[in-house]
Design a protein around this ligand. Sequence first.
Ligand SMILES: [Ca+2]
Ligand SMILES: [Ca+2]
Length: 489
Amino acid sequence: MPPCATNVVAIAGTSCGSMALIGDGPPRINGRPIDRTALAGDKVRFNANVVGAWPLSYQWLRDGVPVPGATQLLYSVINIQSSTPADYGLVASNSLGMVTGQVSTVTVLPAPPRIVALPAIVAAPSNSIALVKVTVAGSEPLAYQWRFGGANLANSAHIEGADASELKINHVQDSDLGSYTVAVTNAYGAVTSSIVTLRFATAAESMAQSVDSPWTWSLTGPTSSLWFWQDDVTHDGWDAAQSGPMGNSASSQISASFNSSTGAVFFWWKVSSQANADVLKFSSDSVERFRISGEVDWQRRSYRLAAGSHTLSWAYTKDASLTGGLDRAWVDEVSFGPPEPPVLAQGPVAGVVTEGSNYTFAVSATGTEPFSYQWRFNGTNLAGKTLATLATTNVRLTNAGDYSVVITNYAGAITSPVATLVVLPPGVSTHPWLFRPSKTELQILWSTGTLEAADSVEGPWSDVPEAVSPLTVPIDIGSRFFRVRLGNP
Ligand SMILES: [Ca+2]
Ligand SMILES: [Ca+2]
């Protein structure tokens, strides 16, 4: 097809020639209106054959009135209810014009209730909330009555929604397990559902529910230390997995094995433990990727996965002695999706140092790991400087300049703001240092003397109260001058 032939709406070809129909110009709606009949509660789909120059925009009408949100070429009415015939039309427009077309007249017939969807089994962790939802089509209003073991249920603190489409059982106990049905009635009839069996979830099902993941989960570790479902400490406000009580030198983990396309795992985790000794680790395919310990509040992490089969695990592992904090770990909201590009979280911080001292730039980022780093000096890559930190010992005057870092992952790359390193000859205190606002924070390091600050390079100079090296000056302070005074004023 020649490059000029855009917006082709029909094409025909033979061995000796071809013909294409071009849909340029103002929009046209082809075809004649179709009369349709639906049962109350049905899902009715509308479509139309529209030609015209792109881009086209759409607005569906019901009896001439625009339907909010119905702005795609395909339009579905879920649970259609009108008792009088209604006309459905479409407005199509582009930069060249607008057209309104009649698409369909729909007559809705009254109908008794019919069950559209209902689970056969609901598995709930002990003490959790069980939800049983029925989807029913038919003429409204619909009246619901849930039954347990054949007897009508009534609403209470324990049971909610006994007369609604969704039954909620709080703090599921042994006595709640068994057979549930729902009777639904309207003006045209009644239906009683099939049986829903409520049972306790297995340990694996409880893990899947607590971390909100459809994967198949397994638990390993001492029986008394296994991870479990709980709803006291959560990220999603609903439930999370928690490690069980654990002795020294023990480990307990949850794992999921699955096949995936190329993407990334995302999760939230939290730990309260003996810092640097009792740790929560994340591993993929038996290789540890991240660990946290001490007091770490809910934190989102992500790791890239290649296409193929994977095993992911989260393990709370204790060393041989001592405990700290609440001595437990949590995981919530495990999911799979496209990798996220890096976003700079912290750093780098500009610095003022005297020659001969040490200085370290550091950055941290969020997004899908692993990240790679490339530090730059005055816009040029620094060979071999590919860590999250850039440490310079025995800083020389030639190290003064502008530093930045490019952080890259599978989804993209970012370049940090420039952070300037100012290097002063030793013993020199009379050169004022200009703070460069709006770029980065500033860190000032000095070995001896008293830090002074002024609004102007001419002064007046005054001591920075209680200033101790290294001093971090925030971005929002504005332009200021600093110097170190050696000896008494
Ligand atoms: Ca959860
Ligand atoms: Ca320990």
